[in-house]
Design a protein around this ligand. Structure first.
Ligand SMILES: Cc1cc2nc3c(=O)[nH]c(=O)nc-3n(C[C@H](O)[C@H](O)[C@H](O)COP(=O)(O)OP(=O)(O)OC[C@H]3O[C@@H](n4cnc5c(N)ncnc54)[C@H](O)[C@@H]3O)c2cc1C
Length: 496
C-alpha cells in the first residue's frame, strides 16, 4: 500500500492543472498521478508537435492503446466513405458499441489528448457559459486557466493577415466588433528562434513535483461512506495490484472513462453518463484565391514562410442568435488529403481547412452506458454510446454549411471533395456532459459547482465531461477553469 496526500487519476491537461495549482498553493503536498497509458514524449506529456518529425508517428502509435483495435491515422484526413478513422494518437473508443457516435476516440498516454491536440483555447461566449457559476468568477477562472496554459495569439504572416482582412470584410456589419474573425488564442510558447513550443500537459505542470505512475490503471475507488479513501490501481505490464491511499482524489480521466471509473466503483447516480454532447462538425477545404496573394503583397510559397505545417489559425467566434457556430480556419501549405492541383489552380497562399462546430443540445437520452458483464480492452466495464443528432441540430447544420459556403467565396473556392460535409458524430473529439456540473443537488448533475461529486466530501472530477451547456467552443480552457474553481474546496480537504 502507498499513501499520498492527493491522488490524481488521468495525466491530461486537466489532471495536470490540478497538480500544478495544488503544487503552487499548497507546497509540500505529496501528489501521485496515475495514467493508464505509457509515456510517449519527453518531457513527459509534451505535445508531439514539439518532437522531431521522425519521432512523432511512433509517439502517436504508442498512444493508441493495445494493438488489435481500430487505429488512428497519423495524417488526419477526410473520412473515406463508409469507414471511420480517428486522428493519429487516438483510438476508436469502443468499437462495436458506439453506432450513434462512430468517431468517438480517446488517447492513452501520459499527457492524454493534450499530447495530440491542436492547442486552440478560446473562451466560451454568451449562453455557452456555465450559468451556475457567477459570471465574474467564471471570467477570473478563465483568466487563471489562460495563465496556466500559456495562452497567446501567435504572430501573423502576410498571407494570414490577408485571409483575416477578407474574412473581416465578409462579416462586417454582421458580427459585433469584438466577435470579428481573429487569430485564435492558442496554448503555445513562441521561442526566440521563431519556432513554437506547443502547449501540453508538460507546459501546464511546469516543475511541479509529482509522482507519475504510467501504464497504471485505477480499477476502482475505495469508498468509506461519504469519503473516498483511495484507489485500487494496477500496473498493466506486470498485473501487480496495489491500494493507493489518499486524503483526496481527483478523477480527470476524460468524458468517457471518468464515468466508467465511477460506475466501476459503485457510484452510479442516475445522471452519470447522460446529457452526452459534442460539437457537431461540418468540415471543408478551400484553395485560396489569387486575391489573398495580392493582398499579402508577397509570393513566397507558404512552406518557406513558416516552420509549422499549420501556418496560422483563425477563429470566428460563437455569437448567440447571429453566428451560432464557431468557425476554425486553419491555413496550411498542404491540403489534408491529396488534391489534383491542376484542377483547382491554387496559388502561393495554398489552402485553408475550415470547419464549423455546431451545437448539440443536451438530452437525457444521449449517454454512455456501462456493462456489469462485459469488459473493454482495459478490463474495465464495457462502455457503449447511445447518441443521436436530432432535427434540432440538423437545422443548424444546414445553416452552418450555408455559412461555410459564403465564407469560402470570400477567400477562394472549395477543392474537389472539400465541399462542406457533416462529419461522423464524434469527430470533434470534444466530449461533454457525461459528469455534468449543476446546482440542483444531483437531480440532473453529477458534480456541484466546485466539481465535487454530489454526496462525497473529498472526491472531485475534472475534464470536459463537466461542461453542462450546448457549446461550440473548444472545451479544454473551460475545463481547466473549472479545475481552478475546484481547488479551494480540494485544499480544504487536504488541510482537514
Ligand atoms: C487531435 C486532437 C486535437 C484537439 N484539439 C483541441 C483544441 O484545439 N482545443 C481544445 O480545447 N481541445 C482539443 N482537443 C481535445 C483536448 O485534447 C481535450 O479536451 C483535453 O486533452 C482534455 O483533457 P483531460 O485532461 O480532461 O483528458 P485527457 O487529455 O483525455 O486525459 C485523460 C487521461 O486519463 C487517462 N485515464 C482514463 N481512465 C483512466 C484510469 N482508469 N486510470 C488511469 N488513467 C486513466 C487516459 O488514458 C488519458 O490519458 C483535441 C484532441 C485531439 C485528439
Amino acid at each position: 500500500m502507498t499513501s499520498t496526500d492527493l491522488l490524481i487519476i488521468g495525466s491530461g491537461p486537466v489532471g495536470s492543472a490540478f497538480a500544478r495549482l495544488i503544487g503552487e498553493q499548497r507546497p509540500g503536498t505529496s501528489i501521485t498521478m496515475i495514467e493508464l497509458g505509457p509515456q510517449v514524449s519527453t518531457p513527459a506529456g509534451t505535445n508531439v508537435r514539439n518532437l522531431p518529425p521522425e519521432e512523432r508517428d511512433a509517439a502517436r502509435e504508442a498512444s493508441q492503446g493495445p494493438s488489435g483495435g481500430v487505429r488512428g491515422d497519423s495524417a488526419r484526413s477526410l473520412q473515406v466513405e463508409g469507414t471511420v478513422i480517428s486522428p493519429g494518437g487516438t483510438y476508436i473508443a469502443s468499437p462495436g458499441h458506439q453506432a450513434g457516435m462512430p468517431a468517438a476516440a480517446l488517447s492513452a498516454c501520459v499527457g492524454g489528448m493534450g499530447v495530440h491536440w491542436t492547442c486552440a483555447t478560446p473562451r466560451p461566449n454568451d449562453d455557452e457559459r456555465i450559468d451556475v457559476i457567477p459570471s465574474g468568477e467564471l471570467d477570473a477562472a478563465l483568466e487563471e486557466a489562460e495563465r496556466l496554459m500559456h495562452v497567446t495569439t501567435l504572430p501573423e504572416n502576410p498571407y494570414g493577415s490577408a485571409i483575416k482582412s477578407l474574412l473581416r470584410e465578409h462579416f462586417s456589419g454582421v458580427l459585433p466588433e469584438d466577435r470579428m474573425p481573429d487569430g485564435l488564442p492558442m496554448s503555445a510558447i513562441p521561442q526566440p528562434d521563431g519556432s513554437i513550443r506547443w502547449g501540453g500537459a508538460d507546459t501546464i505542470l511546469g516543475d511541479t513535483p509529482v509522482t507519475l505512475r504510467a501504464e497504471t490503471i485505477a480499477r476502482r475507488l475505495i469508498l468509506d461512506g461519504a469519503r473516498v479513501v483511495g484507489a485500487e490501481v494496477e500496473h498493466i505490464p506486470t498485473g501487480e495490484r496495489e491500494v493507493v491511499e489518499a486524503k483526496a482524489v481527483v478523477v480527470a480521466a476524460n468524458a468517457l472513462q471518468t464515468p466508467q471509473l465511477l460506475w466501476a466503483s459503485g457510484i452510479r447516480p442516475d445522471p452519470l453518463g447522460r446529457y452526452f454532447t459534442e460539437h457537431v462538425l461540418v468540415y471543408s477545404v478551400v484553395a485560396l484565391s489569387d486575391e489573398v496573394v495580392q493582398r499579402a503583397g508577397i509570393d513566397t510559397p507558404v512552406k518557406e514562410l513558416v516552420k509549422d505545417p499549420t501556418a496560422s489559425t483563425f477563429g470566428i467566434p460563437y455569437t448567440a442568435g447571429v453566428h451560432p457556430y464557431r468557425t476554425q480556419v486553419m491555413h496550411m501549405a498542404d491540403a489534408p488529403f491529396p488534391v489534383d492541383e491542376s484542377a483547382v489552380g491554387v496559388g502561393a497562399a495554398r489552402y485553408v481547412a475550415m470547419g464549423n462546430g455546431v451545437r448539440k443540445f443536451p438530452r437525457v437520452e444521449d449517454r454512455v452506458v456501462f456493462s456489469d458483464a462485459e469488459t473493454d480492452r482495459w478490463g474495465m466495464p464495457q462502455l457503449s454510446i447511445e447518441y443521436e443528432v436530432t432535427d434540432r441540430e440538423l437545422a443548424e447544420v444546414d445553416a452552418a454549411m450555408a455559412d461555410l459556403r459564403a465564407v469560402a467565396q470570400s477567400i477562394g473556392s472549395f477543392v474537389p471533395g472539400g465541399e462542406p460535409r457533416l462529419m461522423p458524430a464524434g469527430t470533434s473529439l470534444h466530449y461533454k456532459g457525461t459528469v455534468r456540473m449543476g446546482d440542483d443537488g444531483g437531480a440532473a448533475s453529477v458534480v456541484d459547482t466546485r466539481s465535487r461529486v454530489w454526496g462525497f466530501e473529498n472526491l472531485f472530477l475534472g475534464g470536459n465531461g463537466l461542461i453542462p451547456t450546448a457549446t461550440v467552443t473548444n472545451p479544454t480552457l473551460t475545463s481547466v477553469a473549472l479545475a481552478v474553481r475546484a481547488v479551494p474546496a480540494l485544499r480544504e480537504q487536504l488541510d482537514g
